[in-house]
Each structure stands twice: as structure tokens, then as C-alpha cells.
Design a binder for this molecule. Structure first.
Ligand code: ATP
Ligand code: ATP
Ligand code: MG
Ligand code: MG
Ligand code: MG
Ligand code: MG
Ligand code: MG
Length: 300
């Protein structure tokens, strides 16, 4: 066939394909392109538009559902960004970087756009349409992954304290953006807390958790009741009422530990259970150990 004449170009691809390092956690971070402008054009509430953050969270949950339970273990979102931590064992697309990053970006963007009317019912999505970029970085240890997530959450805190103070000085203090920026120049966290409290009667710690801590998305494996529902054919993707009522405080068995000494079918059931566990969104501290100690199945 004449095609053979052209087929050699395929080999160009092989020299240009990055396979991400095996046995490492892959973190894919997506970030809104020019969202400063986009948020202004769409009249986002400043400094934090709760609808926009909820839409980001819904798009992130869709990535979990679309990729299935074996792929993403936890995600963290703040502002116009979301970081997806892929399991160390993830072998999707043979860990080809371009396929992984482009797929996550594409799923996220598709859902962000299709879910827009649910979060902004009275606001038509006009051009420029929201788009996202993405990158992947491999982290070899749990400590690295936790430090990465701590870095993002610390960043959320620093930016949010600054933005809250900045917009209060403008919206309530009558300052221009330039004056507000000057006022905050060189201030420490305690100074900003003091400005918020003494001038505007705002206790920063009472600000919404979603704004201060960002959003943590994961599968609530520990809350799944230990029944044999996983053998039912065509079970709905929707969480059952029991799954919803159960709390994250249930002491779970970490899958890695649980695998030891278990039959193949038992292991398969465990994996299925994890894949079907409800995806939850929480606004909690992930820098301290407590979150991880209570949910040992997330990183292992
Ligand atoms: P780039 O394309 O380089 O990422 P950018 O304009 O998106 O540029 P970022 O550093 O990603 O810059 O910052 C995102 C900006 O989007 C924030 O600074 C803020 O102005 C705006 N933004 C994002 N989410 C919200 C939100 N929920 N409420 C209000 N503003 C938001
Ligand atoms: P992958 O996710 O690996 O790309 P895929 O199912 O998308 O899997 P492709 O090799 O990309 O597989 O093939 C795309 C398939 O989509 C085609 O084989 C065809 O069945 C279908 N398809 C795409 N475009 C059209 C079209 N315009 N009309 C009819 N079928 C189409
Ligand atoms: Mg960017
Ligand atoms: Mg951005
Ligand atoms: Mg950003
Ligand atoms: Mg194709
Ligand atoms: Mg295809």
C-alpha cells in the first residue's frame, strides 16, 4: 500500500515522546489562562467569587469520575488552578506526558464550560472562552507530594490574606488600587490581620474556609460501608445514601496494607471499592499531619 511510503514519519514521534518516570507520583497542575482578565470580564466577585470556585471544584470532580478510581488519588484547588495527584502505580497511556496532561486539561475545560450555566445561571459564557494550561511534574516520595500540596495551600493563605486586605481597602476603605497596594507594601501577616480587624471589624479567621484553605478533592474510601454491593452489575455511579451519610472519621484500611495476604478476588474487590467511593470536596488543612493520619488510603 502507498501508505508505507509515508509511514516513516511515525518514527519521528518516538524520538519526541516523554514517558514519565515510573513508580513516582505524577502531579498535573492546570491553571486558567488569563483569568485575571476573564474574571473581570465575567464580573467575578472580588476577591473571591464562590460560584467560580464551586465551578472549578465541580470540574475537578468530573476529572475523578472521567478517569476512574485507579488514576487520581487527591486534588487540590485554589483560585484558577487545580493540582491532580496521580497514583504512583498509574499506567494510563503508558505514562506518556503529553497524553496525560492534554487529557486532564481537556476533561477539565470541557466540564468547566458545560457546567458554567449551573453556577452562573444568569450570565452567558461569551468570548473569550475559559481555557487552561497544564504541566506534569513527578515526585518520588510521599513527603515530596505533601510538601507540594503544603506549598500550594500556604500560597492560597498568603494570597488570600493579601487579596482580602487589598479589596477591603478598596471596597470599604475607599482607596484606589494604587493606594491599597502602597498601604500593604512591606506588611506582614499580622499587620494585615490588624488592618482587617481595626479598620473593618473583620476577623480573618472567620472568613469562608473555601477562601482561606482552598478545596481538597478525594475519594472517601474510609466511608464506604463494607458491604458486598460492589458485585452488583451496572451499579450507579451516584453515591448511595449510606455512602453520603458515612463520615470521614471511619477508620479505614489502607489499600496497600490490605493487599497483603489477600486473594486476588479480594484485592480486586478492594480496588473496585476504592474506585466507587464517593468523591468529596473539603476545605481543610492539609499541611498538618491530622488530615493524612485520618485518611491513610490517599497516599501510599
Ligand atoms: P496566566 O494566564 O499566566 O495564568 P492569570 O491572569 O490567569 O494569568 P493567575 O496568576 O493564574 O493569572 O491568577 C488568576 C487570577 O484570576 C487571580 O489573580 C484573580 O484575579 C482571578 N480569579 C481566579 N479565580 C477567582 C475567583 N474565584 N474569584 C475572583 N477572582 C478570581
Ligand atoms: P483513543 O482514545 O485511543 O484515541 P478512539 O476511540 O478515539 O481512542 P481513534 O483511533 O482516535 O480511537 O479513532 C477515532 C474513532 O472515532 C474512529 O475510528 C471512528 O470510529 C470514530 N470517528 C471519529 N470521527 C468520526 C466521524 N467524523 N464520523 C464517524 N466516526 C468517527
Ligand atoms: Mg499560567
Ligand atoms: Mg491563571
Ligand atoms: Mg493561577
Ligand atoms: Mg484518532
Ligand atoms: Mg481518539
Amino acid at each position: 500500500m502507498a501508505n508505507s511510503k509515508f509511514e516513516y514519519v511515525r518514527h519521528f514521534e518516538l524520538t519526541n515522546t516523554t514517558h514519565l518516570l515510573p513508580n513516582t507520583y505524577i502531579i498535573i497542575r492546570i491553571d486558567g489562562r488569563s483569568f485575571h482578565r476573564f474574571s473581570t470580564l465575567q464580573s467575578f466577585t472580588k476577591p473571591n467569587d464562590a460560584r467560580a470556585l464551586s465551578l472549578m471544584n465541580a470540574a475537578a470532580v468530573s476529572v475523578f469520575h472521567d478517569l476512574g478510581g485507579e488514576v487520581v488519588s487527591i486534588a487540590y484547588g485554589v483560585s484558577d488552578e487545580f493540582s491532580f495527584v496521580l497514583r504512583k502505580e498509574c499506567n494510563l497511556f503508558d505514562r506518556r506526558e503529553a497524553k496525560l496532561v492534554s487529557t486532564v486539561v481537556s476533561i477539565f475545560t470541557a466540564y468547566y464550560i458545560s457546567l458554567w450555566p449551573k453556577y452562573f445561571p444568569s450570565q452567558e459564557l461569551t468570548r473569550p472562552l475559559p481555557t487552561f494550561d497544564g504541566r506534569a511534574v513527578c515526585y518520588p516520595t510521599i513527603e515530596n507530594v505533601r510538601d507540594y500540596l503544603s506549598w500550594r495551600q500556604a500560597d492560597c493563605h498568603i494570597n488570600n490574606l493579601y487579596n482580602t486586605s487589598f479589596w477591603m481597602l478598596i471596597l470599604k476603605g475607599g482607596m484606589t488600587p494604587q493606594e491599597a497596594e502602597k498601604e500593604l507594601m512591606g506588611t506582614l501577616a499580622k499587620d494585615k490581620n490588624e488592618i482587617l480587624w481595626s479598620r473593618f471589624g473583620i476577623n480573618y479567621n472567620n472568613e469562608e474556609e473555601m477562601f482561606r484553605k482552598g478545596s481538597v478533592v478525594y475519594r472517601n474510601y474510609g466511608a464506604v460501608p463494607d458491604s458486598s454491593t460492589e458485585d452488583k452489575p451496572n451499579e450507579e455511579e451516584e453515591a448511595t445514601p449510606e455512602k453520603k451519610e458515612a463520615t470521614a472519621e471511619t477508620t479505614p484500611v489502607p489499600p496497600a496494607e490490605a493487599q497483603k495476604g489477600k486473594s486476588r478476588s479480594q484485592q480486586k474487590r478492594e480496588a473496585k471499592k476504592l474506585a466507587k467511593a464517593e468523591v468529596v470536596i473539603e476545605h481543610v488543612d492539609i499541611i498538618k499531619d491530622a488530615f493524612w493520619e485520618k485518611r491513610p488510603w490517599i497516599l501510599h
